[in-house]
Design a protein around this ligand. Structure first.
Ligand SMILES: Cc1cc2nc3c(=O)[nH]c(=O)nc-3n(C[C@H](O)[C@H](O)[C@H](O)COP(=O)(O)OP(=O)(O)OC[C@H]3O[C@@H](n4cnc5c(N)ncnc54)[C@H](O)[C@@H]3O)c2cc1C
Length: 249
């Protein structure tokens, strides 16, 4: 059930030249209950006083057992001339904004019996998967699933939380992290690095309707193209779950 609450900025750091990791707590002191994959909304007014809102996926890595979290983390990508970019880009530690949530159904589902998850993202679209890591770990142990995270970035500097996903892959051999660089590769490419868009790694994974459920998150063009590729490979529409990062004005 979505609630309204004040959010206080407790910490932040730049993840990439135009992406800010922001950690908030509910200023009313209440822990936040969410299912990994869900998002919150930030409510504010335009300069003319007209109310508006924007959505941000929750990036927090919780306990993975449904325990509410103290911190609501998100990665905010700065958009030229963007209203929320202006608000969140200038927000100082200790300041409050209006939030609500959680919203959305872009979540791992209890009833699934697939053998492999293919998780695809561009940009800040990778944050829901960061939040899902504890659940993914549990699914690897309880259902012996394979998980491929296919993450598209223009260059290594824009690969958000790349070290965390690499470390998770090291600790969980059934989790495979493909970093797809469309413009500039790493100086020392790693085994799972790919050159090009996410479709390169997706083709290589040979999506299979018998075994796979896919999640697509981020840039709407990428989501549409990957959706078409997976549908052509035979995946049913309920097995291709999508979250498009469009502006919710
Ligand atoms: C469910 C959901 C979850 C989301 N999660 C996140 C998240 O975790 N992190 C995040 O950064 N964003 C996320 N978004 C997008 C976010 O809600 C805003 O749309 C985005 O931050 C831009 O808001 P803004 O007010 O700064 O720009 P706006 O004032 O909305 O837009 C300014 C200008 O930039 C254009 N524009 C808007 N977005 C983009 C873009 N991505 N690329 C290029 N041009 C753009 C607009 O068309 C407009 O011309 C999510 C969206 C949805 C629907």
């Amino acid at each position: 059930m979505a609630e309204h609450f004040p959010l206080r900025l407790t910490d932040s750091r730049m993840l990439a030249p135009s992406v800010r990791h922001m950690a908030f707590e509910r200023a009313d002191g209440t822990p936040f209950n969410f299912i990994p994959g869900q998002f919150v909304q930030v409510h504010f007014n335009y300069a003319d006083g007209k109310p508006t809102k924007r959505s941000y996926s929750v990036a927090t890595v919780g306990a993975g057992d449904g325990t509410p979290v103290q911190q609501i983390e998100m990665a905010v990508s700065y958009v030229e001339g963007g209203a929320a970019t202006d608000l969140l880009g200038h927000l100082q530690q200790g300041q409050n904004i209006d939030g609500s949530g959680p919203y959305g159904r872009f979540c791992l589902m209890e009833g699934d019996s697939n053998r492999r998850y293919i998780l695809v993202a561009t940009g800040t679209g990778v944050t829901p998967y960061r939040a899902m890591l504890p659940q993914i770990k549990r699914l690897i142990h309880t259902r012996d699933v394979q998980v491929a995270l296919v993450y598209g970035a223009r260059n290594p500097g824009e690969l958000l939380y790349g070290d965390e996903f690499e470390a998770f892959a090291q600790q969980n051999p059934q989790f495979h992290f493909y970093a797809c660089f469309s413009r500039e590769a790493r100086v020392h490419p790693r085994a799972h690095d790919r050159r090009g868009h996410v479709q390169v790694a997706l083709d290589e994974l040979r999506p299979n309707a018998e075994t796979d459920i896919a999640y697509l998150c981020g840039n709407p063009n990428m989501v549409d193209q990957a959706f078409a590729l997976l549908k052509d490979a035979g995946l049913s529409i309920p097995h291709i779950r999508r979250e498009k990062y469009v502006s919710s004005r």
